[in-house]
Design a protein around this ligand. Structure first.
Ligand code: AN0
Ligand code: CP
Length: 320
């Protein structure tokens, strides 16, 4: 595996799920594979789970992880080509990337959408520079349009908690938030759930207010139900997330608290499990009552981030 950005990069989903369970059962079984290998994980943005789970996955594999916080610890990096660098940016990505590549075997990058230029962000111009210029396998740790390590962990979690339900109904619902958030998490979740749906593994429905449809490539084949109550009807998993508008790029069009997932919302479901990628704002996205209920699986969902990352790192090491 040379890159991990889209669902296609993981290949067969059932094989990936089986591998995740194998890694979860015997996390230290591949330490020889990672011995004397280094992963550098680079953060242009804040993180708790991704920062820790990716390092833990690398340590499980016997690797040496190095973390770099751009803007905090390193020089500020220019990301646009062809600009006169007379501002606050000291170094260009074009040099920084191959230099980072020369110090490691695998690179992970977190670089959120900035809501400045939709076209360039949806072309994934930053992570693609890492893929092109580093000479190393590259993992998206949430790039402009996708968060594949999260979506893979979410699929592992759904697979673990579906019980005897063969084809669980999984609902992705928009919920209100005070700040503009990227579309990366819902994009990847929709992409992975559509792929799982094609394999007969889930029944996937998206619900969001007008103006919050995802980019056309992520809406393809997705069942959209504008009425949140109808969408929740009979759901086995509720996946809540806020995102800003794609259409009016990066804008907040609604803070409608009637979309907040509360106990009444959950009563419309088939005793659904509650999921969220975290970090979550309580009583904005979800009420205390729901996130603290036994149906909330946000903690085991976060715990699975180690194993989604470890499968990806393992496959990358195997193909070095
Ligand atoms: C980020 C987002 O919505 O993309 C990261 C989520 C994993 N969330 C925040 O910035 C609060
Ligand atoms: N879910 C997730 O990626 O969390 P962090 O932003 O804390 O890494």
């Amino acid at each position: 595996m040379k890159r991990f950005l889209t669902v296609d990069d993981i290949g067969d989903l059932k094989a990936a799920l089986a591998e995740a369970q194998q890694v979860k059962k015997t996390p230290f079984a591949w330490q020889e594979l990672g011995r004397n290998k280094t992963i550098i994980i680079i953060f242009f943005n804040s993180s708790l789970r991704t920062r820790l789970s990716t390092q833990k996955a690398a340590l499980n594999m016997g690797m040496n992880p190095i973390v770099l916080n751009i803007n905090g610890d390193s020089w500020k990096l220019e990301t646009e080509m062809g600009v006169v660098m007379d501002g606050d940016k000291t170094e260009h990505l074009r040099e920084a990337i191959p230099v980072i590549g020369s110090y490691c075997d695998i690179i992970g990058v977190r670089s959120f959408a900035k809501f400045e230029d939709r076209k360039s962000e949806y072309e994934e111009s930053i992570i693609n520079q890492f893929i092109q210029y580093s000479g190393r396998p590259v993992i998206s740790l949430e790039s402009a349009t996708r968060h594949p390590c999260q979506a893979f962990a979410d699929l592992i979690t759904i697979d673990e908690y579906k019980g005897s339900i063969k084809r669980p109904k999984v609902v992705l619902t928009w919920a209100p938030h005070p700040r503009a958030l990227p579309q990366a998490v819902p994009n990847s979740f929709a992409e992975w759930m559509r792929a799982a749906e094609k394999q007969g593994m889930v029944d996937f429905v998206l619900t969001c207010p007008e103006g919050y449809d995802l980019a056309p490539e992520f809406m393809k084949g997705v069942k959209l139900e504008r009425d949140q109550k109808k969408a929740f009807d009979g759901a086995d998993f509720i996946y809540a997330k806020n995102w800003s508008s794609y259409e009016q790029y990066g804008q907040i069009l609604s803070k409608d608290m009637s979309w907040t997932v509360d106990a009444e919302h959950m009563s419309w479901t088939n005793n659904a499990k509650f999921m969220h990628c975290l970090p979550v704002r309580r009583n904005m996205i979800v009420t205390d009552e729901v996130i603290d209920s036994p149906n909330s699986i946000v903690i085991p969902e976060a715990a699975n981030r180690v194993f989604s990352a470890q499968v990806v790192i393992k496959r990358m090491l195997e193909s070095l």
